[in-house]
Design a protein around this ligand. Structure first.
Ligand code: 13P
Length: 254
């Protein structure tokens, strides 16, 4: 039996105007409310910055949490276009994604930058969802374990705990492609992350740490992925933009 309650998190990425985001959030909130205590997972939606306040209002009072998709490492100042972790908390976020591969690629974020963002998130009282994952070239070169372990240790702050941190393993080549690793490949990486986490958080901390899988998770493959021992939920992109798909994934939790 799983001791960690799964987290099903939607990363909406750069999608949606206000009407779309509010409708999506209301749809998920209504399903969650109807499910009540039968809900087998925690639910989270991470809208673009512009929609966070509206989405937070739409899900207020229910079990659906709200998160940002990024934050700056600094608390305030001359950082045009950036958003501080406390600002996210101020509009209703409990979580923030840091180090998504699209941030690492589009904005050159290094493990050190991601680590600093996670520190800032935790300092503002937010749970940091730290994303790590290998590229296709790295997998083909047999470097997956080395690369993901390196990102894990580099991106994880020393103050991380199972209460303030969630890890999301997202193979870059599986994001938005419809391709997923085999069960054995997912199991190998998740077990490695938990073993490495024990070195940082201790055995109890590692046992309590949620490690999500992300990358082309959808209703048709969610059940199998979420059933795996070390998979504690999903970080979902495309399929989180449709209420029925996101809900079908949430209902696939063991
Ligand atoms: P997809 O589910 O669209 O593959 O995206 C996964 C992801 O990047 C979530 O952060």
């Amino acid at each position: 039996m799983k001791t960690r309650r799964p987290l099903i998190a939607g990363n909406w990425k750069m999608n949606g105007l206000r009407a779309d985001g509010i409708a999506l959030a209301e749809g998920v909130a209504a399903k969650a409310k109807a499910a009540g205590a039968a809900l087998a997972c925690d639910l989270l939606v991470c809208p673009p910055f512009t929609l966070i306040a509206d989405v937070a209002r739409a899900v207020a009072g229910g079990p659906v949490a709200v998160g940002g998709q990024d934050c700056h490492a600094k608390t305030s100042g001359a950082h045009t276009g950036d958003v501080a972790a406390a600002m996210l908390g101020d509009v209703g976020c409990r979580y923030v994604i840091v180090g998504h591969s699209e941030r690492r690629t589009d904005h050159g974020e290094t493990d050190a930058v991601v680590n600093a963002k996670a520190v800032a998130a935790n300092a503002a009282g937010l749970i940091a969802i730290i994303c790590i994952g290998e590229t296709e070239a790295e997998r083909d070169a047999g470097r997956t374990i080395e690369v993901v372990a390196g990102q894990f240790h580099g991106s994880l702050p020393d103050g991380a705990t199972a209460a303030n941190t969630v890890i999301a393993y997202e193979p870059v080549w599986a994001i938005g492609t419809g391709r997923t690793p085999t069960n054995a490949e997912v199991a190998e990486v998740h077990a490695m992350i938990r073993a490495e986490a024990a070195k940082r958080l201790g055995a109890d901390g590692a046992r309590a740490l949620k490690v999500l899988y992300g990358g082309s998770m959808k209703p048709s493959n969610a059940k199998e992925l979420l059933a795996m021992d070390d998979v504690d939920g999903g970080l979902i992109g495309g399929a989180s933009l449709k209420v029925d798909d996101f809900w079908a994934i949430a209902q696939s939790c063991p």
